[in-house]
Ligand binder design. Structure first.
Ligand SMILES: [Zn+2]
Length: 464
């Protein structure tokens, strides 16, 4: 299939300089065949964006009564949300992402049933229906929420019977790893990349970690995990590993270019250098870290180390609207640092993260931007809506970064096909699916007693 997209300005590699002039982007077989200057198109074209860490939350936690707050309590509050149809949930989440220019996402899957082999297939269908490239990060969790203190505090406060209502027994890690392998065999391809997703150091037992590290070495599959998201995790990891948790990752054989670590809010400068030296990728989640009271990722240390990073929504955009363009701006503001001597990543690195490095979380390779031979993933922004008040004819990169938002997205192309037009996904009827998901969530919502229990557990976990 071939197609031609005419645009008024081509911002082929936003990390290299300002946008160029009008262009015709000729796409064939999912790739950019060639780019010709000229034409009569309008709009500003830039490369498709990568959401480098997410959980495809079709039902937004806030909508389900789950208040923002420290992660350790918030995770318990999530127990008050219903399980939903995996296709519907993923299709809604992917559709919302696509609306703000996301063409690829690393989705650490939140299972309804950790041993249902149908869930990966449902997410794969949703990815195809919306048109996104998805790294399906198959979850591996065998220590539930109780890793940090073994659940002792919550169990003692609630009593064993109430605790049992909140605590789902989890299958052995080996069965979850086998399910990931089966999903990779059955569904894996260039646009649905199956990876191992140990939820985090304290959510998987040592035997599970060793097993999946061995499987990752055998299969070459990437490993994507949460790391050092909160201060409590920093303390726990330091206690477990004598202050050197990266030694532990290295001992498992995981500290290398096949590793994505999400959050890293509490990384030390030496750890940033070590991750950079190993070629690992950090996924920064600025909004999520604010909403869950985790902190701000150490921009200056990341920049000084030359640590490659991607930008992730984590399903928790500050405006609760999955706006990747706003997320990029927030990450730029928070990572940069403060005052004239700010030493964090500048706008060029932020763009590289969002549209090039982020691809490492999907397939291990940098995105190339819009050039001949590159994947045909393109976002077109409407200029007037965004910056019609500018004095100069040519918009500066700073003006675009300062103004871009979901409402300015006119169209999105992925793999050489249009997936969003006029601001709405083409492959699904997003408003209709949102209504269906909402109806399902209202029907399936856990009862008030369970939600109250979840809230009490959260209070205990937060030390309130
Ligand atoms: Zn996450």
């Amino acid at each position: 299939m071939s197609a031609v997209l005419e645009v008024g300005r081509l911002w082929a590699r936003p990390w290299e300089g300002p946008p160029g002039g009008p262009a015709r982007i000729v796409m064939e077989g999912g790739r950019i065949a060639r780019i010709e200057p000229g034409g009569t198109g309008t709009g500003l074209a830039l490369p498709g964006l990568v959401n480098a860490h997410d959980h495809a939350r079709g039902l937004r936690p806030l909508a389900g009564g789950v208040e923002d707050g420290p992660l350790e309590g918030w995770l318990w509050r999530l127990r008050g949300l219903p399980g939903l149809d995996p296709w519907l949930n993923a299709a809604v989440a992917f559709g919302r992402m696509a609306r703000s220019g996301v063409t690829a996402v690393a989705d650490l899957h939140l299972p309804v049933d950790p041993l249902d082999p149908g869930e990966a297939g449902a997410v794969a269908r949703a990815a195809r229906d919306v048109g996104l490239t998805v790294a399906f990060v198959a979850p591996v969790v065998d220590r539930n929420l109780d890793g940090l203190d073994g659940g002792r505090g919550v169990r003692a406060a609630l009593g064993p019977a109430a605790y049992a209502r909140l605590e789902r027994p989890l299958p052995p890690a080996a069965e979850q790893v086998a399910l990931a392998d089966a999903a990779a065999e059955a569904l894996g391809d260039e646009r649905f990349v199956v990876q191992y997703g140990p939820a985090g150091p304290h959510w998987v037992g040592e035997a599970g970690w060793r097993l999946l590290a061995a499987r990752a070495a055998e299969t070459g599959r990437r490993v994507h995990t949460h790391l050092l998201e909160t201060a409590a995790q920093r303390d726990w990891l330091d206690r477990e590993h004598g202050g050197r948790p990266l030694d532990w990752l290295e001992g498992l054989g995981l500290l290398g270019p096949g590793l994505t670590v999400a959050h890293g809010v509490h990384l030390r400068p030496d750890e940033c250098r070590r991750l950079a030296g190993a070629g690992a990728l950090l996924a920064v989640n600025a909004s999520s870290n604010l909403r869950l009271a985790s902190g701000v990722a150490p921009g200056a240390a990341i920049a000084a180390a030359g640590l490659a990073f991607g930008i992730g929504l984590d399903g928790l955009a500050l405006g609760d609207d999955e706006d990747m363009l706003a997320e990029i701006r927030l990450a730029a503001a928070l990572l940069r640092g403060w005052g004239p001597g700010a030493a964090g990543p500048g706008p060029a690195e932020i763009w590289r993260a969002a549209a090039s490095w982020g691809w490492r979380a999907i397939d291990g390779r940098d995105g190339e931007g819009l050039r001949e031979g590159a994947r045909a993933d393109v976002v077109v922004l409407e200029e007037e809506a965004m910056m019609g008040d500018r004095l100069d004819e040519d918009p500066s990169p700073a003006l675009i970064l300062g103004r871009m938002r979901r409402e300015a997205v006119r169209e999105v192309w992925a793999g050489g096909r249009p997936i969003v037009r006029g601001g709405w996904p083409l492959g699904i009827d997003l408003p209709a699916l949102e209504r269906e998901l909402l109806a399902q969530a209202r029907r399936a919502r856990p009862d008030a007693a369970l939600r109250a229990l979840a809230a009490r557990a959260a209070a205990v976990a937060e030390g309130r």
